[in-house]
Design a protein around this ligand. Structure first.
Ligand code: AMP
Ligand code: FE
Ligand code: FE
Ligand code: ZN
Length: 302
């Protein structure tokens, strides 16, 4: 993308007409479309700056990058990292990092090992609940043999253990259920430091999806900011207006920037469609300001 001379310097290289979607998934994790399909679908919906943020893997980025060049979309490097804070599993969207930074590559290997270990534990828990073992089937449904809960849900349906994937989450895999293994992921602060060292910025993904009280969320946001976190995902697919207002207020109070992303996984869910979100509240500082703080450049100069 060319620098736009009409844009004030502090707005970065993105023009005022740019449309951002900084959170979505492909078949590299638990999405239904290939990275190429995601990019073209986003382009078709007017997205000009896209981050593909698959769960704990960069496997889709090379393909997405080729498609983005062809589709005329600016692709920002992205990944959604799982981590632990208190008894909660959180998702941190990392953006604009150096994909080849040695420490980051190692951090992703640790995430893959954690995911793999967790998959065995999920399978054990499911069997304790009377399900057949579906570990191999779930591995087969995943891109690189490291399945997540959605792959288990599908495998359970295919094994005839339950009727729908949604029911599998409701009964066995959702928050607080037997297959929701809590102890596998690195701590929030560890993940934030890996992102920072790779020159990236960190976004607390869908902060209202963790089933925590507003009081606890405030404590999380304070700790996230103190540990070097950069932004809150103020807009995510399917979020109520009151939650957006709450998050906008938290950004202002904590001095964090704001991000936006549909969390698209598949077609047929209009509330998480690519490029479907309204603009961020004008009072907030967008995470992309100053070319994402030019963090990556700074890291490269170290
Ligand atoms: P994992 O990374 O393996 O913990 O899986 C998390 C993913 O599972 C989320 O990103 C969603 O795509 C999906 N997910 C989580 N909760 C539910 C739910 N209640 N119903 C359907 N999908 C869900
Ligand atoms: Fe997902
Ligand atoms: Fe998430
Ligand atoms: Zn996501």
């Amino acid at each position: 993308m060319q620098a736009n001379p009409d844009v004030p310097a502090d707005q970065g290289t993105e023009g005022p007409a740019d449309k951002f979607d900084l959170h979505c998934h492909s078949t590299a994790s638990d999405g239904a479309l290939s990275p190429t399909e995601v990019v073209w679908r986003a382009a078709g919906r007017g997205v000009t700056v896209l981050a593909l943020t698959d769960h704990d893997t960069l496997a889709g980025l090379d393909e997405a990058s080729i498609a983005a060049d062809e589709a005329g979309v600016k692709l920002v490097s992205g990944v959604e990292l799982s981590c632990q804070w208190q008894q909660h599993t959180l998702h941190i969207v990392a953006l604009n990092f150096d994909r080849h930074a040695v420490g980051f590559v190692q951090a992703l290997e640790i995430q893959a090992q954690a995911r793999s270990r967790r998959a065995s534990l999920i399978d054990e828990q499911l069997q304790k609940k009377g399900c057949p073992s579906v570990l191999e089937a779930a591995k087969g449904l995943s891109h690189d043999g490291v399945p997540g809960r959605p792959h288990f849900a599908r495998a359970l349906v295919e094994a005839g253990a339950i009727r729908t994937e949604q029911q599998a989450f409701k009964r066995w895999l959702g928050t607080g259920k037997a297959g929701d293994i809590q102890t596998c992921w690195p701590h929030l602060t560890e993940v934030l430091s890996h992102i920072r060292l790779a020159g990236g910025v960190s976004v607390l993904a869908h902060p209202r999806k963790y089933r925590m009280s507003a009081t606890r969320l405030r404590a999380l946001v304070a700790e996230f900011a103190a540990a070097g976190g950069d932004a809150l995902e103020v807009l995510t697919g399917g979020q109520a207006r009151a939650d957006t207002d709450l998050l906008a207020g938290l950004c202002t109070k904590s001095g964090l920037k704001a991000s936006t992303g549909s969390d698209f996984h598949r077609p047929g869910q209009p509330w998480t469609e690519l490029g479907s979100l309204s603009p961020l509240p004008a009072s907030l500082v967008p995470v992309w300001k100053d070319d994402f703080g030019r963090r990556q450049e700074a890291a490269e100069q170290l």
